[in-house]
Write a protein that binds this ligand. Structure first.
Ligand SMILES: [Zn+2]
Ligand SMILES: [Zn+2]
Ligand SMILES: [Zn+2]
Ligand SMILES: [Zn+2]
Length: 155
């Protein structure tokens, strides 16, 4: 049974067979359910959160758009016990993630799920931009950041 990801580069769903190459990862890794913490291929996760992941077709474009060579990888950093990266909001409160479109912080998986349900019906920014093939605004901000840092490095 395959599962779906949401390609946040172009904004479309795609089917995954169980493992995928994540951005900055040197090789494919098993997809874990964001809600259950078990491999997506074990059991039925059709109702669970969909992991944002650029599809194999757009991964290279996504890397380039962020200013990196598609072959560029980083060693996995220290992760917490559950193996999920730590996020914090401005106040230092732990978040499980944030919306790439409207930058809303998610403090629980339920919140993130509610926000991304029904093709992100809850996200005003996505609803406004989805037909225009824009990049998520937050992604664009991150790119801007990378560009600024590159400029500084060259000086
Ligand atoms: Zn997958
Ligand atoms: Zn699940
Ligand atoms: Zn894609
Ligand atoms: Zn949003």
């Amino acid at each position: 049974m395959s599962h779906r990801h949401f390609c946040d580069y172009e904004g479309h769903y795609w089917d995954c067979e169980g493992a995928a190459v994540r951005l900055f990862a040197p090789e494919a890794s098993i997809c874990m359910c964001l809600n259950h913490g078990v491999p997506m291929e074990e059991g039925d996760h059709s109702e669970c959160s969909v992991e944002l992941l650029s599809c194999p077709k757009h991964r290279a474009d996504h890397m380039r758009a962020m200013g990196y060579d598609p072959e560029y990888t980083v060693e996995p950093r220290d992760q917490d016990a559950e193996g999920s990266p730590m996020f914090k909001d401005e106040a230092g409160i732990r978040i499980v993630g944030f919306c790439l479109w409207c930058n809303k912080n998610f403090y629980s998986m339920d919140e993130s799920e509610a926000h991304t349900a029904n093709e992100m019906a809850d996200c005003p920014v996505f609803q406004e931009l989805k037909d225009q093939h824009f990049m998520p605004p937050v992604l664009e901000m991150m790119l801007e950041d990378v560009r600024l840092r590159d400029d500084e490095a060259e000086r």
